[in-house]
Design a binder for this molecule. Structure first.
Ligand SMILES: NCc1[nH]cc(CCC(=O)O)c1CC(=O)O
Length: 291
């Protein structure tokens, strides 16, 4: 909802519209309904877009607002990513300890994200990962009740909830975010030219360059919610991308870095390099290119 309000504010400001020109229709995603199992188990990312995609295609809404981290790499052909809002803080924050090295030996890390679990176990093999789902408030409550000592959350999500005081940001290159983390995307029907044009006015070019490159990397890796992929991209016209893939237990980490032009096949090339360098223990978790 915070993302939807931000999208409305930017859209109305760009066109001089009153906020009443945009009606916000809350739609509960299945990912928010099923909270007792890890996302990877119940079907992954489509859980965040399925309902809204249906509403959009059936003309019940004119555009939908998503956290791009939750949007699958292959979209329905009727749907266009019409705008990407200026990217917020891409970092994860650590809650429950002042730094990764200060986490008590053998502590439990609450997370259901394969990327966060593998990345943490790679740095701290002594830790134990426990499954942690739900919204920010639920996850923080689980820390309070002692289900885990530490957890990881996206800084962008906390900022949108006015909770940016929580936790310690984890800086790249030690800790890398998820593909498209911190970016809000707005989608409309491909054939709705008026809405597409209205939304194009608030599209942020550097964010689009980075997010599309990260989505291209994910696609070329054949990545999904079961595959721990972390990536950090900086730049605009020329992008520098650092990408890591892990074995689920964090024991193996493969890294590659490259600088390439936006919209080039740089991300696919980087993906090929990662998969070529990955031992079978890691590569087996990826479908390879053309996923
Ligand atoms: N469904 C998880 C999810 N998807 C997007 C965000 C945060 C906002 C963002 O990264 O844009 C979160 C919460 C989290 O990872 O802590």
């Amino acid at each position: 909802m915070a993302q939807a309000y931000e999208a409305r504010t930017r859209l109305c400001a760009a066109h001089g519209w009153p906020e009443s020109a945009v009606e916000i229709v809350p739609v509960l995603a299945s990912g928010d309904k099923v909270l007792d199992r890890p996302l990877a188990e119940i079907g992954g990312k489509a859980l965040w877009t399925k309902e809204l995609d249906g509403w959009l295609i059936e003309n019940r809404i004119d555009f939908s607002v998503h956290s791009m981290k939750d949007v699958e790499t292959i979209r329905p052909e009727q749907i266009a990513i019409a705008a990407l809002l200026p990217r917020a803080d891409v970092r994860d924050v650590l809650v429950g300890a002042g730094s990764i090295s200060q986490i008590p030996p053998g502590a439990r890390v609450g997370t259901s994200a394969p990327r966060r679990a593998a990345q943490m176990l790679n740095l701290r093999p002594d830790l134990t990962v426990v499954s942690f789902r739900g919204n920010v408030a639920t996850r923080l409550a689980k820390l309070q009740t002692g289900e885990a000592e530490v957890t990881l959350l996206a800084a962008a999500g906390l900022q949108r909830l006015n909770e940016s005081g929580i936790g310690r940001p984890l800086d790249p290159p030690q800790w890398l975010p998820a593909p498209a983390q911190g970016a809000i995307g707005i989608e409309c029907r491909v054939d709705d030219e008026a809405t597409h044009m209205a939304l194009a006015a608030i599209d942020d070019a550097p964010t689009r360059a980075q997010v599309m490159a990260e989505r291209a990397l994910l696609l070329a890796l054949g990545g999904n919610c079961h595959s721990p992929i972390a990536v950090w991209t900086r730049g605009d016209g020329d992008l520098t991308m650092t990408a890591r893939i892990f074995s689920p237990d964090g024991a193996v980490k493969v890294e590659a870095e490259a600088t390439f032009a936006a919209k080039s096949d740089g991300p696919a090339e980087l993906a090929r390099q990662l998969l070529a360098d990955a031992p079978d223990a890691v590569a087996v978790h990826f479908a390879g290119s053309q996923a």
